[in-house]
Structures are given as C-alpha cells and as structure tokens.
Ligand binder design. Structure first.
Ligand code: KG4
Ligand code: ZN
Length: 351
C-alpha cells in the first residue's frame, strides 16, 4: 500500500491529488481554459505563470480534502514528461522540493502512463494486459499495456492528435476553444452521414495501409475545402451536419483501429483515456463494436480522463509498491517514448 501526493502541470491544468494505491483521496484540478480561451489555444508561457500562481493553494487544498498529514504520505510524485517544459518544471520542482524537505521518496511519472492508470482508478479489478486508446489534445495512441512500466505503442497519429483535430475544425468553423465539447454538442443536432469525409489512412511503403496508425491532418483539410465550397453555395453553413460528419469520421476511424489492436493482440479489454474519451460519437461506436466482439470497454469517469493528478498518483503508487523511485537528479523532457518509462526509476535493490 502506498499513499502518494502527486502533482501534474504538463499542460494547462494545475492538478494535485492524494492517492492511496487505486483509491483517490482528493483530486484538485484548477483549469486554465478560460485564460487561454481568448488566445484560441494554449500559450506556454502563460500556462507556466498560472501554474506558479495556483500550485501552492492546490497542494494545500488536496492535503486538506484528503484529511491527511505528511507523516502518512509515502512518496511525492510529479509528471516529468512529455509536455510543455516550462509548465512541467513548475510542478516537478515543487514535488522534488517537497520530497527533499519531507524526506520522502520522489517519483517522476510519464504523463501517458498516468492516462493509462486513470482506468485503474475506476476499475479496481483491472489487470494487464489490455489495450489503452489514449485520445487527447496532444496524443492519439494505441498502447499495449503489458505491466507496470512496460508498454508498446502499436499505433499513433502521424500528424494531428484527435483532440487537436477537433480543436482545429472547431476553429475553422469559428466555434471557439476547446473545440471537442462544442463539436460534440452540435453533432447531436446534425446528420453524421451528410458529408462523406476521408478517414485518414496511413499508407505503408510496401503497399496497403497501417492497421493502427491514423492521420487527421488530411481530414481537417477536407473539412476546410468543404467549408470553402459550401460558403460559395450557401449563405449559412450547415454547421451541425459538418460537426456530425467530422465526429462520425473520427469516431469510426478510432474504433476500427482500437478493435483491430485488441483482436490481433488477443486481449479482451480496451481502456480509453484522454479528453476525447468524453466524445459521445466515440463512446457509442466503440461500445457497439466492442459488444459485437465480446470485448470489455472502459471509459473512466471524465474527471479521470482529462488531465488530473490522481492518475499520476495512481501510477506512482504502483511503481513505489514495486520499489521504484526516481533520483532527484531527474529532469523534465518535452518528449519521451513510453518504452523508456523504466529509465525514470532506480530499483531499491540497486541502491
Ligand atoms: O486530455 P485533455 O484534457 O488534455 C490533453 O490534451 O492532455 O484533452 C483535451 C482535448 C481537447 O483537444 C478537447 O477539444 C478534447 O480533449 N475534448 C473532446 C471532448 N471533450 C474534450 N473532444 C471530443 N469530444 C468531446 N466531448
Ligand atoms: Zn493529457
């Protein structure tokens, strides 16, 4: 059993949580969305400054809500990669300092491993192996989860992440930021079959298509061309139909690839993570396809799908239980492959 105080500041949420293995004792998330909204996207320098301003209060609040004092805490963790370097540094430096001052083990956590662990917070019986479909503003990955710290990325996007595609299409339809929730809402009023759009297959050098990789930049361009054409023909854009058709294309593409991974790797569970897990089109397509194939599909509660520190704490607790801790010389990295997670830790036995 390990109780961990975890900090997540890799992007635009200042988040702090206290987690006891798979049980979330408190989870504070201070979103910066309203601040970035006026710029139409995240401004890295603004994000870092907001983290500095918000973090101390968030730590105090997380400790108070968990009703826990420092003696009971077994370790301090923070996201160390991937993410915006300036933003990561704020939470990471705070966590290191707290670990040093309170004489607790320190753990750097890979942000995507955190997203994988969001499923453990809601499904207490979940055990690897399973497939994680991670779809957020920065990532679109299909991950084969073998064990704590051991992952294989089976599929990725070759260009835009799924959430980024939602945000960009929303911007070109002048719907505001973040685009995913707005497109999802409008799509409910539209016809998903109104406009056929390309799903973004990735060609292989030897012919055929990559079974798990995706590409959303062509889809975004196809929506742009369609919008330009429709603007010439009509005085008013059929925004609901455009939103529904775009969402349908993304949802079907992700579902097809996730199901293929599960079947080809012989696992019976698909766990979804990241902000796009909120998408109603993805939920209904994936749930229906999984049911047909007798697969279990897990959509953790939204509070654990979008960026939060509970998922970071849950991953850190599992590592800590296995004797994994990070050296205080560890740094932050803007990019880091999931296959390198174990490089973040030294084993207890190694001294
Ligand atoms: O996981 P997340 O909170 O942050 C990271 O990117 O790590 O994901 C944010 C992304 C944004 O691109 C947002 O537009 C998208 O998730 N999103 C959605 C929905 N809600 C949030 N995309 C589609 N449908 C939604 N309902
Ligand atoms: Zn994330």
């Amino acid at each position: 059993m390990a109780i961990v105080l975890a900090i997540e500041t890799s992007c635009d949420e200042t988040a702090v949580a206290v987690v006891n293995d798979r049980v979330c004792c408190s989870s504070v998330v201070a979103s910066q969305i309203p601040i970035h909204q006026k710029y139409g996207g995240i401004v890295p320098e603004v994000a870092s400054r907001c983290h500095v301003e918000t973090l101390n209060d968030a730590i105090a609040q997380a400790l108070a809500e968990a009703n826990i004092d420092w003696e009971a805490i077994d370790g301090v963790a923070a996201t160390c990669a991937p993410g915006l370097v300036g933003a990561l540094l704020v939470g990471f430096t705070a966590a290191k300092s707290l670990a040093l001052v309170r004489n607790k083990p320190f753990l750097g956590v890979h942000h995507l491993e955190g997203h994988i662990y969001a499923s453990y917070l809601s499904e207490l019986d979940l055990e690897p192996p399973f497939i994680c479909l991670l779809v957020s503003g920065g990532h679109t990955s299909l991950i084969y989860v073998k064990d704590c710290g051991y992952y294989e990325t089976l599929g990725e996007t070759r260009d835009d992440a799924a959430g980024e595609a939602f945000d960009k299409v929303a911007r070109l339809l002048q719907l505001g930021y973040p685009g995913g929730p707005i497109i999802d809402k409008l799509a409910k009023e539209g016809n998903p079959l109104a406009f056929p759009l390309p799903e973004g297959k990735v060609s292989l050098a030897g012919g055929g298509y990559h079974p798990y990789d995706s590409s959303f930049s062509g889809l975004k361009t196809a929506v742009l061309r369609l919008v330009q054409k429709l603007q010439q023909e009509h005085s008013q854009l059929p925004v609901n139909d455009l939103a529904a058709s775009f969402q349908e294309t993304v949802a079907k593409a992700l579902t097809k690839r996730a199901i293929a991974c599960a079947l080809n790797y012989g696992v019976n569970t698909i766990a979804v993570g990241g902000g796009v897990a909120a998408n109603s089109g993805l939920r209904s397509h994936l749930q229906a396809a999984a049911k047909e194939r007798h697969l279990r599909v897990i959509f953790p509660p939204l509070k654990y799908c979008t960026d939060n520190a509970a998922m970071i704490g849950c991953a850190a607790a599992d590592h800590l239980n296995r004797g994994h801790t990070s050296p205080l010389t560890l740094g932050v990295q803007s990019r880091l492959s999931l296959t390198k997670v174990m490089q973040l830790y030294q084993h207890e036995s190694a001294g």
